[in-house]
Design a protein around this ligand. Structure first.
Ligand SMILES: NC(=O)c1ccc[n+]([C@@H]2O[C@H](COP(=O)([O-])OP(=O)(O)OC[C@H]3O[C@@H](n4cnc5c(N)ncnc54)[C@H](O)[C@@H]3O)[C@@H](O)[C@H]2O)c1
Length: 277
């Protein structure tokens, strides 16, 4: 039987929370670089009444992204995309962060944008990190938004001499996600589909726990303790935003990034989290 298909990348907590919120009745194709992660989440969800097919996929590979799409098309039209795959500054070197978070996301949005069904919706997950860098030039923003995917990693601003460390690479990747969503949403719109981005603050997941235990652990713990909400967020709260963006109540929202960070960014600019000069 044909079903509407939801493609999900990254078998992590944020992906699962979104898939559980809005993936009912859909055939969910769940791709992760670690097949065991995909299988674990698929089992939890299938035991709870969802219909999930786990598969091994690598967001940094166009071939692998095309295989994910092809798997989905076996079951029906691609109706939803959730991109929750990614690596954080404490998990991977600069090259891997740029290849997965920046290039891979751009390729995924491009390729799914070629096949998304009319009325379809997508979200990708960037980060508050992308809001913490000083503004780029208008020309750099446009390059991140519109440079052909295979040329993205050759941009001068992404060369090793211009990337300070893994955190800077992550910030550039996440800034690129926001710009890419704006540019791609125009193309998705030509197919009658919408594409948006969610920029979370600290959300307790294995990725965030690696950050708490990494070289910037104290910085992150201070950030959630002193932000207006006074705590880290949960993946289910990110799913609240995804539900809005991907459902009928979000019909007028596309090409947009929604920040959900307990007020940490506001405090970073205008409150107690402001870095000392
Ligand atoms: N947790 C946070 O505090 C937080 C904050 C801001 C943004 N984010 C972003 O949210 C997204 C999801 O993170 P999460 O917190 O749910 O993490 P998570 O650790 O729960 O899940 C991430 C998953 O992505 C998979 N993955 C890594 N590289 C991959 C690749 N090349 N191809 C396919 N899968 C790959 C991992 O194996 C893992 O299963 C990431 O893009 C992350 O940058 C998370």
């Amino acid at each position: 039987m044909k079903k509407e298909v939801m493609l999900v990348t990254g078998a992590g907590q944020i992906s699962m929370a979104i898939a559980r919120r809005i993936g009912f009745g859909k055939k969910i194709i769940l791709g992760d670089k670690k097949k065991e992660n995909a299988e674990t989440i698929a089992k939890i969800m299938n035991d709870a009444g969802f219909d999930v097919v786990p598969m091994e996929m690598d967001l940094s590979s166009r071939e692998s992204i095309l295989a994910l799409i092809a798997e989905g098309q076996k079951y029906g039209e691609i109706r939803m995309l959730v991109n929750g795959a990614g690596v954080s500054p404490s998990q991977a070197p600069i090259e891997a962060i740029l290849k997965v978070d920046l290039y891979g996301t751009a390729v995924l949005l491009e390729e799914v944008g070629k096949v998304i069904a009319e009325g379809g919706t997508g979200v990708t997950i960037s980060s508050q990190s992308g809001w913490r860098m000083p503004a780029l030039t208008a020309e750099q923003d446009e390059q991140l938004a519109t440079t052909p995917t295979e040329e993205l990693l050759s941009l001068p601003m992404l060369q090793p001499e211009n990337i300070r460390d893994t955190l800077h690479a992550y910030q550039m990747a996440k800034r690129c996600n926001e710009k890419r969503v704006m540019a791609e949403s125009v193309k998705w719109g030509e197919r009658g589909a919408r594409l948006n981005d969610i920029a979370p603050g600290i959300i307790v997941t294995p990725l965030a726990i690696d950050e708490f235990n990494g070289p910037r652990g104290d910085f992150y713990k201070n950030m959630f303790a002193r932000c207006p909400a006074g705590r880290p967020g949960t993946a289910d709260e990110v799913a609240n935003v995804a539900e809005l963006l991907m459902g009928p109540a979000g019909a007028f929202i596309t090409g947009s990034t929604i920040l959900i960070d307990g007020g940490a960014t506001a405090s970073y600019y205008y409150g107690p989290l402001k870095p000392e000069q």
